[in-house]
Each structure stands twice: as C-alpha cells, then as structure tokens.
Ligand binder design. Structure first.
Ligand SMILES: [Zn+2]
Length: 324
C-alpha cells in the first residue's frame, strides 16, 4: 500500500464501513476532481474581477488555515462554477442564496454575482471553507456510488449520535464555525489585502472614535448565522467556567476548528461533556437554517445551559414569527 499523496482529509468508506484501500482512495479522488473541474453545461465564464479574486483568495485562505497544522483539501479555480439563474434554481437548496458547496464543487448564482462586492466575497469564502473542511463519503451497496456523509463538523446520526440513518447532525455548529472562520479570513487577509479596500475603510469608519486603532473590527453583515455564532461564542465562555483546562477562549475555539478540519470529534465531545453530558446531543439537533424551529432550539439550549439571552437571536426569532 503506497502512501496517500492526494487530499488527506477526504475519506471514502466502503459498504462494510471500512476505509477503501489507499490506492483506491487516490483513484476515487482523482476521478472526483476531474468531475468537479468539468464545466457544467451552460456554465458562465467568470468575470475577470471574480476570477482574479478567487485566484488570489484560495492560497490566502490556505495560508491562514496552515496554523491549524492539518491537511487540507484545496479547491481549484475550476471547481468554482458560475451558473445562470435558471440552471442554478434547479440545483439550489434555498431560494435566493448566493451559492453553496456540493459534490460538484462550489456552485454560484450568476444573478447574485453580477455586481461582485465585499458581502458576496465573504459568502464565497464561506463556501470555499466548506470545501476545505473534513469530508467523508460512504459507498452505497445499491448504486456503488459514494455519497457525502460528513462535511466539517457534521455527523451521520447513525454514528455517535442516535437517530435515523439519513439524518445529518451538528449542521448549526458547522455553519457557526464556517462563519467565524470566514471573519477570521476577513480580518487577517481581506483587511490590508488588494481587494475591497474602500469597503473595508468605510466599514471601519463606522466604528465609534474611542474604539478606533485598538484592534476592534466591524464585521460586514453577510449571513443570518449570527444566532449560531453567538451560541458558539457563549459556549466557549461557558467551557472556561466549567473546565480549568480551557480558560483561554482562543485555545477552546481551536479545538472546534481543528475538529472541523481533521474530522476528529472526540476532543470536542470530551470538552462539551464538561458543560453537560447532553450538550453535544442538544447541539446536534439544531438544523442548518436559522428558521423559527431552529432558533427556538437555540433559545432552549441557551436557557438549559445558562448561556444568557442573545439580542440578535431574539430579534431574528421575532421576525420569523411575524413572517408566519
Ligand atoms: Zn454554510
């Protein structure tokens, strides 16, 4: 068995739940890459500014993530597809979204990308980060195809958490981590980088005088994952209270980030057990989209574990209720 020389945090599992052999893993990955790099029928050529940005940002993200000292799956420019409205609509899970990460790579909605701006750039980084995260694909006996069963922190509910086999859990936590990493890339790479200088300046100038030049950042508001991010931050603070091993919040966050890239959930599960034996299970139950149902679950969890109220969560929940 030769050493695997392609991506090292994508795994392919056979029908018996065993790893496919190393050689086979590599050949599947080669095939998958070829498939992902193939243009879709009707795919639109990326406008030069979008193309330039993607070419610049992928290695920058990679450079930022190298601090987690883990193997990464690096996407290429060709794996990022710009699709016309009609075609995108057919494939997209949520109406009106900018893009998503999937089997085919990263798929973008051309209608939204007509005027490329900072918000779109951050949503694009979010999707690229999903691509960089840990992946596990399982082979089905019926079709012989491998389908994605894990991405980042998400888990198959058939493994450590109970539930129906087709259920994928921990989606909310996975989005929270993706979004916090997106802002880390914003602070460390976009700020001071060659793109969107004016937008960054404009955002920073909205910071009250007394906070300027002191390392504070104004975040562009790009997604509705705010309640999930707050939940993550408040959990990190809670962990410092219940576990004297994790008093540095940045170290605690790193445990989440590392699990997101290397797929090993055990250190994370151990840490969350200190909060409560059900904490991971409760987190697992919150779905990917911060809708009414999921935001209620967020608030139940906040209450159960004494995380306090969060204004943004309550405001978003109120909006959801009104829309009904
Ligand atoms: Zn996402």
């Amino acid at each position: 068995m030769g050493e695997r020389n392609l991506e090292k945090n994508i795994y392919f599992i056979d029908e018996d739940g065993e790893l496919e052999t190393d050689d086979h893993q590599d050949s599947i990955i080669v095939e998958m890459r070829e498939y992902q790099e193939q243009p879709f029928e009707g795919e639109i050529e990326k406008p030069p500014e979008l193309q330039k940005f993607i070419e610049w940002v992928i290695p920058e993200i990679e450079d930022y993530l190298s601090k987690y000292e883990t193997d990464l799956n690096s996407p290429t420019l060709k794996m990022i597809h710009l699709l016309p409205k009609e075609f995108y609509k057919k494939h997209m899970p949520t109406e009106g979204s900018d893009g998503f990460s999937c089997r085919e790579g990263v798929v973008l909605n051309e209608e939204r990308f007509k005027n490329f701006n900072l918000n779109l750039a951050l949503n694009l980084i979010h999707e690229i980060l999903h691509y960089f995260s840990f992946k596990k694909h399982c082979r089905s006996g019926e079709t012989g195809d491998h389908s994605q069963r894990r991405s980042g922190l998400t888990v198959d509910s058939a493994s450590p958490l109970e539930g129906t086999p087709d259920d994928i859990k921990l989606k909310a936590l996975n989005e929270a981590i993706t979004e916090t990493l997106t802002f880390q890339v914003y602070i460390n790479k976009i700020k001071g980088g060659p793109f969107f200088e004016d937008d960054v300046k404009k955002l920073d100038s909205s910071l009250p005088e007394e906070y300027r030049g002191k390392g504070y950042n104004v975040y562009p508001k790009t997604s509705s994952y705010g309640p999930y991010e707050s939940l993550f931050y408040d959990l990190v603070k809670k962990i410092a209270v219940v576990d004297d091993k994790y008093t540095d919040n940045e170290d605690t966050k790193d445990v989440f980030y590392k699990a997101y890239f290397n797929g090993r959930l055990l250190p994370l599960a151990r840490m969350l057990r200190k909060v409560d034996k059900d904490c991971l299970h409760d987190l697992a139950e919150i779905g990917a989209i911060p809708n009414n149902e999921n935001l209620q679950k967020v608030n139940e969890l906040r209450k159960k574990y004494g995380l306090g109220e969060d204004r943004e969560t309550n405001e978003q929940l109120e909006k959801e209720v009104k829309q009904k």
